[in-house]
Design a protein around this ligand. Structure first.
Ligand code: 5BU
Length: 268
């Protein structure tokens, strides 16, 4: 199916270069699954990508979680992700002032050179987005920032009155913003967020699992289909896939659910 038919107004309205790339990959691979690859060794990570690569649209990493990280090993992993047409998404949750965030895009991990999308808190003010984009610009690349408008963990302070609205207001007009993180475990709150975000930006949601309910250490999970029908444009799934008996089958199950929910949403 053509992306313009599947994504509707959102296909024309988006203003960040990575958004269309993502929307296109979703339609080609028929999946809205973003794999949270929270494994601790390079070997496990590449095995997992080989296994589930065909069923996911993006690879979400925590690069500082890997025990045996090397620059050359990581480059090989990025190459493997490229073979599977995956967007690289470093969930770094940057939070510092603009110039420092720009510097943190380099350093040992050199995130600016391989990530297409990164997360950031807006707690330090809107200039963090310009700082991160300047980081990409320093190596002649472009990317998109996902601002945390909500979180999936219980008791998070983004739930305090006014925070989410202020975050959306601060990010909506900046073309460096790819979209917002919404809470996949609370469909009603997600619908409200969708209304505020409109069609120009995407919403990606962690806290998604077929086993709905409370997870480990304050994590909360909601249903993948409900998340997409409530306005999620990408479901972030980690342990639901990599801890299952058969990660490939499970990734395909999440992919099918997410894709059919997107088609249902676009047909409504
Ligand atoms: P899980 O195994 O599906 O629970 O993994 C969730 C992932 O999403 C994990 O990598 C978190 O760092 C990430 N995450 C989250 O769970 N909740 C949030 O609000 C944000 C990110 Br932002």
């Amino acid at each position: 199916m053509e992306p313009a038919d599947v994504w509707g107004v959102r296909w024309e309205a988006c203003d960040n270069s990575m958004v269309r790339r993502y929307m296109d990959v979703v339609c080609k691979k028929q999946t809205l699954v973003i794999l949270a690859a929270d494994l601790r060794t390079m070997g496990e990570l590449s095995d997992l990508i080989e296994e589930v690569g065909p069923h996911i649209a993006a690879l979400k990493t925590h690069v500082d979680l890997v025990d045996d990280w090397t620059a050359s090993g990581w480059a090989a992993l990025c190459e493997l992700a490229k073979q599977h047409d995956l967007l690289m998404f470093e969930d770094r949750k940057f939070a510092d002032i603009g110039p420092i965030s720009r510097g943190q895009m380099s350093g040992v991990y050199d995130i600016r050179s391989w990530a297409n999308v990164v997360t950031a808190h807006g707690i330090s003010g809107p200039d963090i987005v310009d700082g991160l984009c300047a980081g990409w610009n320093d190596v002649a690349r472009e990317g998109g920032v996902l601002l945390l408008a909500q979180m999936s963990s219980r008791g998070n302070l983004l739930e305090l009155e006014g925070y989410t609205d202020a975050m959306v207001q601060a990010g909506i007009a900046n073309s460096g913003v790819f979209g917002f993180i919404g809470n996949g475990s609370r469909p009603a709150e997600l619908s409200v967020l969708r209304g505020k975000v409109g069609d120009k930006k995407l919403i990606w949601t962690p806290g998604v699992n077929l086993a709905v309910g409370d997870g480990e250490m304050g994590q909360r999970y909601g249903d993948p289909s409900e998340a997409v029908l409530s306005g999620s444009d990408g479901i972030i799934v980690g342990s639901g896939i990599y801890k299952s008996e058969n990660p490939s089958e499970m990734a395909k199950a999440y992919a099918d659910i997410s894709w059919s929910s997107l088609l249902k949403r676009s047909g409504d």
